[in-house]
Write a protein that binds this ligand. Structure first.
Ligand SMILES: [Mg+2]
Length: 294
């Protein structure tokens, strides 16, 4: 039997062109500030689908997934409970009827309609995003552009937004094409499930398994810091959301920034330890890096 000798030179070239760091960004309050568009859209959708609304009180959207927020708020506001049916305003008779007739617990009723609520949310989000100026946070444009141009990095998203919601929020920034892989709230309502989803997608894209500290998760909440703990990822926190530097520091991220306005040190730390085997190499236009995000 003839055994083919591996072409070592070709293998070395292939390895040198492969990213060895998977850099995953949260969206809300990490990449952008959409000035409440997402929250307003989700509240509209819950009212339309479940017939309930109410005060947010201490509830925080931060670090949560879209399906998780819908389940939480629908339950908080009494969806599926007889009182909610009785107090519905009558403009949605089919909702009232369904609430009254529903078999099972309020939680079961809520879960059964989450997909419908997500669809309604996306319609509302299109309208809300059109009404605001989506703000790209300080230094983000420079940081993401530099990482996307670095052959050593594969840049992606790790977000509680459903995939279409992520696209709607990032499209106005012009940054969307720079993200080549993603894990979304539409993949799991549990943020802790998402790093493994992103790693699996990156492996399908590049045939490489990113492990441990070579996976970098960047976000503005304790949930972002903690979601990759079981994989031993590098956690990078940025205090551009509702959590202060001190509050985030208590959760012991590997790196912590007030914001990315001075983005070069962050860039170096994100890429830290990854040898630059491709110094002087071509930029992203010549890389032919594959993408799963349209
Ligand atoms: Mg966030």
């Amino acid at each position: 039997m003839v055994r083919e000798e591996p072409d070592e030179a070709a293998g070395a070239r292939y390895t040198a062109s492969m990213p060895d760091r998977l850099v995953l960004f949260d969206i809300d309050c990490t990449l952008i500030d959409a000035h409440g568009a997402g929250g307003r859209a989700i509240i509209r959708a819950i009212k339309d689908v479940y017939g309930v609304e109410g005060e947010l009180g201490d509830y925080s959207f931060h670090g949560r997934t879209d399906p998780g927020i819908i389940s939480d708020l629908a339950a908080l506001w009494g969806a599926g409970e007889p009182d909610a049916a009785a107090s519905a305003d009558g403009t949605q008779p089919e909702v009232v009827h369904e609430l009254v007739e529903a078999m099972g617990t309020p939680a079961a009723l809520i879960e059964r309609r989450v997909d419908e609520c997500i669809a309604r949310y996306l319609d509302a989000l299109r309208e809300e995003i059109a009404r605001v100026d989506v703000e790209t946070l300080p230094g983000i444009r420079e940081l993401v552009t530099a990482l996307a141009a670095d052959r050593r990095a594969l840049v992606g998203l790790l977000t509680g937004n459903v995939a279409e919601g992520a696209r709607l929020k990032l499209e106005p920034t012009g940054l969307l094409p720079l993200f080549k892989v993603g894990a979304y709230g539409s993949d799991s309502a549990l943020r802790a499930d998402l790093p493994a989803v992103a790693v699996a997608r990156a492996e399908r894209l590049h045939g490489r398994r990113f492990r441990g500290k070579d996976v970098v998760v960047i976000g503005d909440t304790p949930a972002d810091i903690e979601c990759g703990a079981s994989l031993g990822v590098t956690a990078v926190a940025v205090a551009t959301g509702r959590y202060s530097v001190d509050e985030l520091a208590a959760h012991e991220p590997d790196h912590l920034y007030a914001d990315f306005s001075d983005w070069r040190p962050a860039y170096d730390e994100i890429m830290g330890g990854a040898p630059d085997r491709t110094a002087g190499s071509s930029g992203p236009a010549e890389r032919g890096q594959r993408s799963e995000i349209g």
